[in-house]
Design a protein around this ligand. Sequence first.
Ligand code: NG6
Ligand code: CA
Length: 537
Amino acid sequence: MKKPKKQKQSVIYILFFVACVLVLWITGCSQKTQTAQTSCSQPKPNIVLILTDDLGWGDVSCYGATKIQTPNIDRLAAGGIRFTNGYAPSSTCTPTRYAIMTGQYGWRQSTRRTGILDGDAPLAIAPGSFTLPAMLQQAGYKTALVGKWHLGLGDGKTVVNFNDKIAPGPLEVGFDQAFFIPATVDRVPCVFIENHHVAKLAPADPIRVSYRGPLGNEPAGRDHPEMLKVPADNQHADVVINGISRIGYMTGGQDARWVDENITDTLADRTVTFLEQNKDRPFFLYLGTHDPHVPHMPHPRFRGKSGCGIRGDAIVQLDWLVGKVMSTLDTLGVADNTLVIFTSDNGPVLFDGYFDGSLEDVNGHQPAGGLHGWKYLVYEGGTRVPLIVRWPAKIRSGTTTDQMFCLVDLLSTCATITGQSIPPDTAIDSMELSDVLLGKTDRQIRNAVIQHGISDTLSIRQADWKFIPANAKRQTTGIGRGANPKDQRFAESIITEDLLFNLADDPAETKNIIDQHPQKAKQLKSLMEKIEQYGHR
Ligand code: NG6
Ligand code: CA
């Protein structure tokens, strides 16, 4: 007997319903298994932060440079996410590094607000503070500094004795180990420090350091130009080390003095050793490169390789270093779960004290990629920097984003990535942007950033708007530094009237439109004051 049509239909419906439930149940289960696997089998990512020195937004080929080729940096970008609106918190080194470490803008420091520190300056961060490396140490990471420090040494109560234990320093603010350039390569002391002591120092040849006047019989560059590999201006005309006159004076420590041409190779060796020794545990490597800061003195194998002068050659050398880091991670089999962050501490500069032809030989290369201004300034060229993030296990390769990210955000962002929390009232400028860093969202989360220039000048960018308050009294330096003297725009770095730009229409900050948009300027000014008072969080 035939089943009635209606009954047949209901059987089909029931079967269909049961099938759907089964499918949903199976998919749910497999998803759960995947999540469980990810959380169990995915160990905390290693973190490598490559912080270059004075590399501009336009200095590498994946950011549009055509004259200089940076294949390794480009490959890093191709394997991850590239930010077109990445910002350094300052247009000079020390305040940027302070912000990365502490999650607070450098100009919040009450004592030494701008602070491009000399090599004998005290530690800018209070020992035991909550810092990026200290937080990662807490999370079980092995933490290391290799390269430029520039955040001071010692407690400031007594003068640092470079022949004795040098502390507090990096080890007192979160690093398990450190091999570092104390300040800048153009400043004394011209020696590496390993943990608490000057490396390779012979006790019979003690070091003395002064920023006040000559020491011993050490010749000064201004008196002995015949000793120099490269002529320098009067600020860089003090003691001659390795044929290069520096800022400041030192005597002794002959065996410990670095050879500028070998600095990048030394940092590469130290990096490789650290990675090899720590490949089996979560590690954090903060690699502060010297390149392409002055003095430009790349190893002879890179000389003439860029076609854009010696500063360009230093960028080619930097690219080699990045390649070395990448190939080491590959060889050790840890690249997949290593978060590599590549960026710069401030914008570029072509002349910064040494007459080495960097300006004359630039060959049309545009270090700031067409942005206005240079290192030291609050214009975009001063603080907008390359920012590339690669983590093959988590970040889609070949992505570009125009989302804003400021390096001060690294602390909160890495806290989330590593499952740590930020104590209340600390890191007030550091925004949690892990979704942005990992390319998971299109939503603009950070929509304003404060930019800091020399002499504590400040500006603000919010969305497409940029406001620079007049600061004629405070901006005392900048002119003549790193600027093409023919570039009239540079004269504007002494800012005598409030400026407002729309970066969408005018990315090079050429047209002050404050008269057309006085309300906008007012709004940005008060936002700036609010952030100055309360921070970003
Ligand atoms: C400046 C130096 C400059 C450079 C800079 C620090 C003079 C005139 N200029 O004071 O050569 O060393 O400090 O650069 O002394 S930074 O990238 O570390 O901020
Ligand atoms: Ca710098």
